[in-house]
Design a binder for this molecule. Sequence first.
Ligand SMILES: NC(=O)c1ccc[n+]([C@@H]2O[C@H](COP(=O)([O-])OP(=O)(O)OC[C@H]3O[C@@H](n4cnc5c(N)ncnc54)[C@H](O)[C@@H]3O)[C@@H](O)[C@H]2O)c1
Length: 388
Amino acid sequence: MIGVGVVGTGNISPLHLRGYLAHPGEARVVALCDIVPERAAARRAQFALDDAAVSAHIDGVLARDDVDLVSIATPPSTHAELAIRALRAGKHVLVEKPMAPSLAECDAMLAAARESGRLLSVVSQNRFRDDLALLKAVVDSGLLGPVASVQVDSAWWRGLAYYDLHWRGTWEVEGGGPTLNHAIHHLDLVAWLLGGPPQSVAALMTNAWHVNAEVEDLSAAVLQYPRALATVVASVVHHGQDQRIVIQGRDAAVTLPWSVRAEHAGGSGHPDAAGDDALMGRIEALRAAFTPLAHHGHTAQIGDVLAAITQGRAPAVTGAHGRRTVEIVTGIYRAAIERRVVDLPLAGDDDWYSGAALLAHAPRFHAKTGFVAEHPAPVSTRAAGWEQ
Ligand SMILES: NC(=O)c1ccc[n+]([C@@H]2O[C@H](COP(=O)([O-])OP(=O)(O)OC[C@H]3O[C@@H](n4cnc5c(N)ncnc54)[C@H](O)[C@@H]3O)[C@@H](O)[C@H]2O)c1
């Protein structure tokens, strides 16, 4: 039985707690921690975790011998410090996205994991959805041919109050706007689907109307792969929140929400009206044969982390994957701020790596004005099945 401590018991923590409770034979939540301990106590009551200890400091969790794994669900700027403390105390760590605001912090976390020999996984729960798992299987089947283009709309809508939460809306504490905090899921998915990070990045960003936030509320990035381009729009200004991923291969395209298209060239090279029915049929057959995942989202990723600990293997989403995504985000911000194409990987010896350059050069689009301690629970954080 793997003993679990959950650090940070705010909005996202119920997804961690439900995830562990869905694996009763494998994990038991024995400790809850929040700098506002009343929140941890409220979660203990909400989830009937009567035996779980509550503390106001992570050391209260780390001192316990019955804690093997720590879930970190605190604001991004705290991730590195808390994860490193936990790893050095000999605990495995599952940390919320984004892994950390800077690459230097990500590398410090990776080093702590290496030195302690403990597992480090970063939340990317959208990989564990039936439609994304199917999309990955379709890309890996080769039926699309080599991928030429990926279009991603990370399309969210948030009212002004969203940025009044004390830790949101500043470069120092939140680390960025929807490029970092929403599209991070999609950027992880692009790298996962295409088998690695892009070679270079171009991007523009703005703040369209969130007049109480320093950070961008909209960005558009183009990721260059050797023979493919991925365009990623990151937004909290999109009414309708129509999330979309389109993968265009040489031979066929698949779109989420699901549709398939395969053109067939007539004599002039223009597409026939009918398209390549046989190929579309083979792709649809993959979909028909797809076995839905046993668990989804956080619950599925938590299941993978528990299995990885038991089996002594790497988790599906590693710390290196979390770092890779932060590097793409850093490249997007650098490209938008310096107004040029940025090559990856970023050098380890400059101010973009440490995070100092982002803080020094990021445009403060507006002054952050609101600092509410807590928001009412959102009615829904989902859009077409997506979570962020
Ligand atoms: N995976 C997803 O889809 C998803 C969705 C929402 C948020 N998140 C991520 O989860 C994290 C938390 O977001 P949230 O919306 O739950 O924020 P939140 O503000 O609702 O909750 C954070 C909690 O952490 C506590 N906290 C802060 N510093 C702490 C510390 N040093 N030790 C212990 N507790 C501390 C706060 O008191 C608060 O209760 C962020 O990294 C965010 O990006 C992920």
